[in-house]
Design a protein around this ligand. Structure first.
Ligand code: ANZ
Length: 848
């Protein structure tokens, strides 16, 4: 359009880039400082879409900007190519997952090339290549040696459709994140990574990222790890030797405990029920059957009526010897804390709801109406020196939870709590832990929401777990010389989900020998969660073809952590948490010298249409390829870059590829119109245009660092318009400032519209790639604000001149004039009766 053949320009530069490979990162001989830019690698699920267009545009802008600024930039690309969609597609079409995957990779690769992304293609990797997953297996075995990979039997999330286990992170509202089917609990023995061992570090190190990662993501990670600080408290159970421990964030409220609750699906409930009367057993079994149909979310929901069964047993409160009836109720979860709680209905809403439902006692132990600052109220003592129970005064009676149904959760002062009385809640928590520790019935403790990472999957298209199950029941690693342990051919294997691993049916593959005894043994039939693949891939890019190690430490320490990581907020928890975990593990193993993988994180918003998500099913997809065919890659890039702040969702209705295309034609025309030679002296050019040029050169780096990409596009548009104005007036196309402006436009436009920028650069008479040209440094003289000379008259006589800003306002100028020494002298005490102010040039005073 605009007389330029977009397609031809695109083809020409894509071909030249392909030939010259100008975006390959410099090797060890390159002495420039390094920058590592990475966009979350794609899953090869089909053609590229608008989400990709946005994601890889942003990382490319950053990469290109850093190249112009003199850095040795690494901007690699690979594919996250294991996973369920390939397997499901294969089942549906009777094809092989491998085939489907690599065809899609090829298609996406063409998409990236057509989009002009400045990748270092020499580092391309696919996680489904044995050359890659070899090192997943290596990582697994190193973790196994350190007890960070282990097996345990526990209730796991089971997707009823995909017939495989899911990590907690992959269950959304009780449903499978991928297919939406119901997720149930099933007891299975599975492989886990011990991420909980790193919970404190994963949490505490988030503080270092504050200001560099979106705050929202840091908060999501904090909540996911969910550290609670409190105490473990031991309770004796009548008629039983072993004590039961509960975790409580409120040990200060021990005197307010009036009953005790166990998770109905936990071991202790089962043990107590086994000793109970037939009636209790029957009631409990009926209840339990209902509970296992509930999802965890339902169980924790506060607006559900509370249900439970009294087990006819009692726990003994360690601080006052009181007997607390033991109930089993589903609001207590088996796998949080110790699966048991001391119930304090006055101060915990769930306990209160339960107490009200079953008519259990409620005892207030924190007076939340009492001031917590200032002097501690005097506690009256009786004749024997025992504090007189202050009871509840009127104000607290109004708040009585038994009447209001609202638990008192706020700050306050302790009452009804023996030696804790009068203390603020906060101090009482500390004091009660001291008391429990002294008595040997409790201790300070922390609990986390985070669970160990379940990594086994009962599916085919993933990394085989490199372990062997021996005939005598040992589990030993596949000898390292046998790695990579490759997947067998899928042909002939039944991949349909049936709850056991398809690899188990690969009769030849599954059979092996015990490396210690030579006896027949079986391979582990499971594959790894694909989040293992993506937890360390940024390190593999540093030497993707190294067959001797996962990554060379020296290179990793030179390039990583990643300086700028770009991706969708949908990965705020899972992927980022796992990558942070594995980075810390590799640090502890001595392979790397840093503990966080991504120094800064950019989360892009979504591209939506008419306010809602684009999707095939809604028929409102705007196709990546269609847009490029219709308007060109650069127009799509500019339009997306201009559409709004990076983190905002962008409605396609506000994205103008046609507008962008027109702008690009205008930019090309400017370059075409330049008549001066590259050797002209810019300083002789139009000063006003030069100022616009130099302001952009000065501001662009910081704007890019702040990810204000849309502002840079707006400033480019301003510069192109200013250049056109100079061409059409004054010295015209021959003005040296026009050439200077056109060259600067090409340099900065390269971030957004690299094909157009290269074309401009060539029109301007250069042969190299503009993408590799260092940005010009702005001339500070041209950044200084315009100044003007203001004359100050008194009764028609010029008494002073002032150097002022050209943009000075009338009030400021008048103030300056009135307070000027020369003016004051000339006035000699006379009163000013009239002031005429014409900024920036004239101030005219009249006197009596
Ligand atoms: C007594 C108490 C009194 C509690 C009080 C709270 C308020 P967070 O903050 O989420 O960690 N709890 C402990 N284990 C539980 C389990 N397995 N299932 C359900 N609830 C459980 O919550 C910690 C609190 O949740 C603990 O502190 C315990 O109730 C309950 F005024 O102990 B608390």
């Amino acid at each position: 359009s605009g007389g330029f053949d977009t397609q031809a320009i695109q083809d020409k530069w894509q071909e030249r880039w392909e030939k010259a490979d100008p975006f390959r990162a410099g090797g060890s001989e390159d002495t420039r400082p390094r920058k590592y830019v990475l966009a979350m690698f794609p899953y090869p699920s089909g053609d590229l879409h608008m989400g990709h267009a946005e994601n890889y545009l942003y990382s490319d802008i950053v990469a290109r900007a850093w190249r112009h600024r003199g850095y040795n930039v690494l901007n690699p690309i690979g594919w996250d190519s294991f996973g369920l969609p390939a397997e499901n597609a294969a089942i549906k079409r009777g094809a092989e997952p491998r085939e489907w995957t690599y065809v899609n990779i090829e298609q996406q690769k063409q998409g990236f090339r057509s989009y002009g992304v400045s990748f270092d293609w020499s580092r391309e990797l696919h996680t489904s290549d044995p050359e890659y997953y070899h090192w997943n297996q290596w990582l697994f075995q190193r973790m196994h040696e350190r007890d960070l990979a282990y097996r345990k039997e526990s209730p796991v999330n089971w997707c009823t459709n995909d017939q495989t286990v899911l990590a907690n992170e992959q269950v959304v509202d009780g449903r499978c994140e991928r297919c939406g089917a119901e997720v149930i609990k099933k007891k299975l023995t599975q492989w886990y990574f011990k991420i909980t061992k790193y919970a404190d570090r994963l949490l505490d190190d988030l503080n270092q990222l504050e200001g560099f990662w979106p705050h929202k993501v840091l908060q999501m990670q904090r909540n996911w790890i969910g550290r609670s600080i409190g105490a473990d408290i031991d309770f004796r159970i009548e008629g039983r030797d072993e004590a039961v421990t509960v975790f409580s964030t409120r040990p200060d409220t021990l005197h307010g405990a009036t009953f005790f609750v166990l998770a109905p699906d936990g071991d202790l409930a089962a043990e107590l029920v086994a000793e109970a009367t037939p009636e209790v057993q029957e009631r409990f079994q009926t209840y339990l059957a209902g509970v296992s149909r509930q999802t965890e979310i339902e169980r924790q929901s506060t607006d559900r009526p509370k249900t439970g069964v009294f087990l006819e047993r009692y726990a003994i409160n360690p601080v006052n010897g009181e007997r607390l009836p033991i109930w089993a109720a589903d609001y207590v979860l088996a796998d949080y804390g110790h699966g048991a709680v001391m119930a304090v209905p006055a101060h915990d809403q769930r306990d209160l709801d339960f107490a009200r439902a079953f008519d259990l006692p409620i005892r207030v132990v924190v007076d939340t109406t009492a001031p917590i600052t200032g002097a501690i109220p005097v506690i009256e003592l009786d004749d024997e020196g025992v504090p007189i129970d202050p009871g509840m005064d009127d104000s607290i009676d109004e708040l009585n939870p038994a009447k209001t149904g609202l638990a008192l959760v706020g700050e306050g002062r302790m009452i009804n709590s023996g030696a804790l009385d009068g203390l603020s809640k906060r101090n009482a928590i500390a004091r009660s832990i001291e008391q429990l520790e002294a008595a040997g019935t409790g201790r300070a403790a922390k609990t986390y929401r985070l669970r160990d990472w379940l990594i086994s999957r009962q599916r085919f298209w993933g990394t085989p777990i490199p372990m062997i199950h021996t005939a005598d029941g040992r589990i030993v690693p596949v000898p390292h010389e046998q790695l990579p342990l490759q997947l067998p051919d899928a042909a002939g294997l039944d991949l349909t989900p049936k709850g056991t691993s398809p690899l188990g049916g690969a009769t030849e593959w599954i059979q092996t020998t015990d490396p210690d005894t030579g006896e027949p043994a079986l391979r582990d039939p499971d594959t790894m969660d694909t989040f293992v693949d993506s937890s360390w891939y940024f390190l593999r890019f540093l030497a993707p073809n190294d067959a001797t190690q996962a990554f060379p430490s020296a290179e990793a320490n030179k390039w990583a952590p990643v300086d700028s990581y770009v991706g969708g907020v949908e990965h705020a928890i899972l992927h980022l948490l796992y990558a942070r975990f594995i980075t810390k593990v590799l640090f502890d193993m001595g392979y790397i010298e840093f503990t966080e993988p991504f120094s800064s994180l950019i989360n892009q918003g979504m591209v939506i249409l008419g306010g809602s998500k684009m999707s095939k099913s809604k028929g409102n997809l705007v196709l990546f390829k269609d847009e490029i065919d219709a308007h060109g890659a650069d127009a799509l890039r500019v339009a997306l870059g201009f559409a709004g702040p990076v983190e905002d969702d962008k409605d396609w209705n506000d994205v103008s590829t046609t507008g962008a295309q027109k702008f690009l034609a205008r930019a090309l025309r400017v370059a075409q119109d330049v008549t001066s030679e590259p050797s002209v002296v810019w300083a002789e050019g139009d000063q006003a245009l030069r100022r616009v040029t130099h302001r952009l050169l000065a501001d662009a780096p910081a704007l890019i660092d702040q990810t204000k990409f849309n502002v840079v596009v707006a400033r480019l548009m301003e510069l192109v318009n200013a250049t056109r104005k100079t061409i059409d007036s004054g010295a015209g196309a021959a003005d040296p400032a026009v050439r200077e402006a056109a060259e600067a436009t090409a340099m900065v436009l390269d971030l957004f519209a690299p094909h157009t920028a290269e074309e401009m650069w060539e029109m301007l008479g250069y042969t190299g790639f503009v993408g590799l040209v260092p940005w010009r440094v702005a001339d500070p003289m041209l950044l200084v604000e315009d100044t003007a000379k203001a004359i100050i008259q008194i009764d028609g006589k010029v008494r002073a001149t002032l150097d002022v800003s050209a943009k000075i306002d009338a009030a400021t100028l008048e103030d300056l004039a009135r307070t000027d020494d020369r003016v004051l002298k000339a006035l000699a005490g006379r009163e000013i009766t009239r002031a005429v102010v014409r900024p920036p040039k004239v101030v005219s005073f009249s006197t009596k």
